[in-house]
Design a protein around this ligand. Structure first.
Ligand SMILES: Nc1ncnc2c1ncn2[C@@H]1O[C@H](COP(=O)(O)OP(=O)(O)O)[C@@H](O)[C@H]1O
Ligand SMILES: [Mg+2]
Length: 587
């Protein structure tokens, strides 16, 4: 267990360090500044030792003011320099780590566009989003808070250690002893507190989950009379949260005085041991006591800071793991070497023995072949899960075939860039896609050359112009949740947009599935206009809408089981005829 954790720290940190290469110079400078500032912090007390001794001995014979001022000024100078270095260290750390964060965000956003759609089948959007925001933020913050502190604390710690032993070994041993005692003390408290804090956190999570589950499904809970059970459960979690809550709060609050005691304990130890030694060694030892008073603090502070920095680096490593996992995910094949471009296509489409499965274990399309002439309207029908949408995904190259090929005007789609393939098709899907913006902006999407007149013309053609005119701002109405468009109206807008895109071929996948039969007739008319003269693939549940297709492909479990025109298929009396008749009976 421990070993695995170590690996999970080293690997991502290695990657992160490499990733930060472009900031190495700056980071090194920041670290150097921090180390120099730490050295100044050690020189300070040593000089104070001289200063104190001057005062003490000066009490009898008078102080050498010139030498005294010199040392005092020197002290002021190094403390000031230390502060300035600290200032620049912080500045460099902040800008450097944010530069790394910026680069992460840029790379992630570029990466999203290079990932195959299949990646998103296996990863939730929320999770990806959290990598872009939370994890990257965590890296930036924890890195900023840890690196500088880690190095300057280590310098300070070692420096003080050496300085103490050089100045006075017995006093050095006293400081170390007192610190160890103090730390063991606080460690006991810390682990206790940690336990309650984690417990508290877990209980809080449970409560959140409980509340979310029951309020999100509020009416369901009421419908099934689940309030009682829900309430009892809530009480139970709430009680647990109370117990862990007060314990965590109490121990957290007690920490401060306990830690205070640890610090003071060190002072007392230095005073007592220093006093005994001073009795033997005389008045000159008072300066040493002063110095060690300061050393006590300088020695114990970096220890807790190093511990803190290391635990921050743990979160850096955890966040890096997640971010690099994403950045290292397998990408779509590079297509920059593809020079072939298809623009004005006739619209012949040929599927040649296409085999495909979303994953290796399950083949969905098992050798699909079809030959579609330019301008034909092809309907793909079949039960849910037959693979209709999958065919569209392959045609659009959202996914790559396992074997076989798809040709447009005789050119394999794999010889074209994905982008080129996408530009050949207009798509209308069951889910309408409109963004927050005016109707005009929505219709002009991706196509800035479209004029206002063309927009109105397209809307008239699909029959949505009249409705838009009734809106108070007409075509400038901003589409938000408060503008209530029916799903039919939304779909008409989508169809108008597709019409304006003016792509040579069309794909309509269940475009009318979420509307009532009367709206369906409207949509059908609109779609017929978009399909005019274009090779079109239409997938529809209600077979009455595809009767006039030039070719109907009946798909079942990824195979074409029948094909022909509506009349031919009805005459054949096979699968299609059954399907059609069953729907006809129901309506
Ligand atoms: N992204 C996906 N990952 C894995 N399997 C999928 C994915 N999309 C669809 N499938 C599976 O492929 C089969 C065909 O689905 P689909 O083409 O959407 O059917 P249809 O559009 O005909 O209803 C179904 O068994 C479905 O579960
Ligand atoms: Mg489908």
């Amino acid at each position: 267990m421990k070993k695995r954790q170590k690996g999970a720290f080293k690997e991502p940190m290695k990657k992160l360090i490499k990733y930060c290469k472009f900031q190495w110079g700056w980071l090194a400078l920041a670290i150097l500044f921090g180390a120099i500032a730490a050295v100044f912090q050690i020189i300070g007390p040593i000089k104070i030792q001289d200063l104190t001794n001057m005062i003490v001995s000066g009490l009898a014979v008078g102080i050498d003011m010139e030498a005294f001022t010199q040392i005092a000024l020197f002290l002021l100078l190094i403390y000031l320099l230390g502060a300035i270095l600290g200032y620049f260290q912080q500045f460099i750390m902040a800008t450097s780590t944010q530069a790394v964060v910026k680069r992460f965000r840029k790379d992630i956003s570029a990466k999203i566009n290079r990932l195959p759609l299949g990646y998103f089948d296996g990863h939730m959007y929320g999770d990806i989003l959290s990598r872009v925001t939370n994890d990257v933020d965590t890296i930036g913050q924890s890195l900023n808070e840890s690196i500088g502190t880690l190095f300057s604390s280590a310098t300070l710690f070692l420096g003080v250690l050496i300085a103490m032993f050089v100045i006075e070994p017995i006093m050095a041993a006293t400081v170390i002893g007192a610190t160890i005692v103090g730390f063991s003390f606080s460690l006991i408290f810390l682990t206790r507190a940690q336990k309650y804090f984690t417990q508290n956190q877990r209980n809080l999570g449970q409560l959140n989950a409980h509340v979310e589950e029951n309020y999100a499904g509020h009416n369901v809970v009421q419908l099934f009379n689940g309030q009682n059970k829900m309430h009892k459960e809530f009480e139970k979690i709430n009680k647990k949260l109370y117990t862990s809550g007060w314990k965590a709060q109490f121990i957290g609050g007690v920490m401060q005085p306990v830690m205070g005691f640890v610090g003071n304990f060190g002072y007392v130890a230095v005073c007592v041991v220093g006093g005994v030694l001073a009795a033997q060694r005389g008045i000159g030892f008072i300066g040493t006591i002063t110095t060690f008073m300061i050393f006590v603090r300088l020695f114990s502070n970096p220890l807790s800071q190093i511990a803190q920095s290391l635990s921050r680096l743990q979160s850096t490593a955890a966040a890096s793991t997640r971010v690099f996992e994403f950045l290292d995910a397998k990408e779509l094949a590079d297509e920059s070497d593809k020079t072939l471009v298809l623009n004005d296509v006739k619209g012949d489409v040929e599927f040649d023995n296409v085999v495909f499965g979303y994953n290796k274990d399950k083949v969905i399309i098992k050798g699909f072949s079809a030959n579609i002439k330019a301008g034909e309207k092809v309907a793909i029908v079949g039960p849910t899960g037959a693979g209709k949408t999958t065919l569209v995904n392959l045609l659009m190259r959202f996914y790559e075939t396992n074997s076989g090929s798809i040709k447009i005007d005789g050119v394999k789609t794999t010889d074209l860039t994905r982008d080129n393939v996408h530009r050949l098709f207009g798509m209308v899907l069951q889910d309408t896609w409109l963004f927050e913006g005016t109707i005009k902006e929505n219709l002009r999407y991706n196509n800035p050359n479209v004029t206002d007149e063309q927009i109105v013309e397209a809307c008239k053609k699909v029959g949505v112009d009249h409705f838009i005119q009734t809106l108070s701002k007409g075509y400038d109405t901003v589409l938000t949740d408060s503008v209530n468009l029916s799903s039919g109206q939304k779909q008409l807008l989508t169809i108008a947009r597709t019409m304006l895109e003016n792509r040579p071929m069309m794909i309509l996948d269940e475009a009318t599935s979420s509307v009532d039969t009367r709206t369906e007739v409207l949509l059908q008319e609109a779609m017929d206009k978009v399909m005019e003269g274009r090779t079109s693939f239409i997938i529809a549940h209600r077979l009455s809408t595809i009767k006039n297709a030039n070719l109907i492909l009946v798909l079942k479990d990824g195979d074409i089981v029948e094909s022909g025109t509506h009349e031919q298929l009805l005459e054949k009396g096979g699968f299609y005829a059954d399907l059609y008749n069953s729907q006809f009976e129901k309506v």
